[in-house]
Design a protein around this ligand. Structure first.
Ligand code: FMN
Length: 175
């Protein structure tokens, strides 16, 4: 798929087939795309990925987020795979958020390209913020903090057709 077509086709999925796992080869494509993202000062060692596919741990994570946000909907939308992106304290103020976003978007675009649905999840990171036990249980290395995660799988319904690409953000042109 061409890049612009993939960008047009990417769309957040909020209802996954929990029983339909993605293939390891596809997961590898997605993780490799994340690994190829631009990262400030090339500081790739400041980033860490955690792949969660164990149903009991996905459930535990969902419940931890529900508790943190006092909500009862499934915040992972039943996705069978969740890739948590963590970062060390950044070398420049807040640059870790930009780095993680680049990794996330690369992964979500790669997923779209190979026919896997996904959604960017911010809320999951909050569950880890003041919870060292949870960080330990999910194998987050010392010194790293989860910042975002990608829920991945297959949507319960076909995604709508690709959107038309046009400039919709506010822009001011200086000529
Ligand atoms: C930084 C960031 C955080 C997000 N967090 C969540 C989230 O926690 N839960 C969720 O359902 N969607 C989340 N989203 C998805 C956005 O709501 C979604 O991308 C946006 O509404 C545009 O829709 P689209 O992805 O279908 O084009 C997040 C997106 C970004 C970029």
């Amino acid at each position: 798929m061409e890049t612009m077509k993939t960008i047009a086709k990417r769309k957040s999925t909020r209802s996954f087939l929990s029983e339909k796992q993605i293939a390891k080869a596809d997961l590898d494509v997605i993780l490799a795309a994340g690994s190829a993202a631009p990262v400030g000062m090339g500081d790739y060692a400041s980033l860490h990925l955690t792949v969660i596919q164990n149903p009991a741990l996905l459930d535990k994570l969902n419940k931890a987020v529900q508790t943190a946000f006092k909500i009862d909907r499934n915040v992972l939308y039943g996705a069978p795979t969740f890739v948590l992106v963590s970062s060390k304290e950044a070398k420049a103020p807040n640059i870790q958020y930009a780095n993680v976003a680049c990794v996330m978007e690369n992964m979500l675009l790669a997923a779209t390209d190979i026919g896997i649905d996904g959604v960017y999840i911010w809320s999951a990171a909050a569950a880890f913020a003041n919870n060292p036990d949870l960080r330990k249980e999910f194998g987050i290395p010392d010194g790293f903090a989860p910042i975002s995660g990608a829920a991945l799988g297959y949507a319960t319904q076909n995604n709508p057709a690709e959107k038309e690409l046009k400039v919709t953000l506010a822009v001011n042109y200086i000529k």
